[in-house]
Design a protein around this ligand. Structure first.
Ligand code: FEO
Length: 171
């Protein structure tokens, strides 16, 4: 049976991951409205990945004998002042999520819950990758997004992103 505090933290993390999906779909709504379908597609794929993260945590809790209880998911704000704002907010959000994942990780270590530590290893790595991707996007936007042709090409590049379902290696 999973430690109660760990179970509670992971249950809260499920809500955070679902909010991430909701936030990224909100970015996609904005970009669709601005005729940047490639940017919108990129965030739709990101939203699918976030939902996967929530489902992986849900499954881990269920398989650990925990009753999962869903909390309310916050409403994203829906308005952005320019094309770069969602990218910047995306990076800030990923850093926020990383801090929470690391907090569960530290708690699991403190309780010598090595099964959860092993489960979370994948998420720590994933967060590192997501922060790097978010930073790269911001850099590309500031380098190429300032003129119409650069923005057009960047939009095309982002349209090519392919969704790959998240799978945690068997433990
Ligand atoms: Fe699942 Fe990007 O945090």
């Amino acid at each position: 049976m999973l430690n109660e505090k760990i179970a509670k933290m992971l249950n809260e993390q499920i809500t955070r991951e679902l909010f991430s999906a909701y936030l990224y779909l909100d970015f996609a709504n904005y970009y669709e409205d601005e005729a940047l379908a490639g940017f919108a597609h990129w965030y739709e794929v990101q939203a699918q990945e976030e939902r996967d993260h929530a489902l992986l945590m849900r499954r881990y809790l269920i398989d650990s004998g925990v009753r999962v209880v869903f909390e309310a998911v916050e409403r994203p704000k829906g308005e952005y002042k320019d094309f770069a704002q969602p990218l910047n907010e995306g990076l800030a959000h990923e850093r926020f999520v990383t801090a929470h994942i690391c907090a569960v990780y530290e708690q699991a270590l403190a309780l010598k819950d090595y099964k959860t530590v092993q489960f979370l290893d994948w998420f720590v790595k994933e967060q590192g990758e997501e922060e790097k991707t978010a930073e790269d996007l911001i850099r590309k936007m500031s380098l190429f997004g300032g003129d119409a042709k650069g923005l057009y090409l960047l939009n095309q590049e982002l349209a090519a992103r392919v969704y790959v379902p998240a799978v945690i290696p068997a433990q």
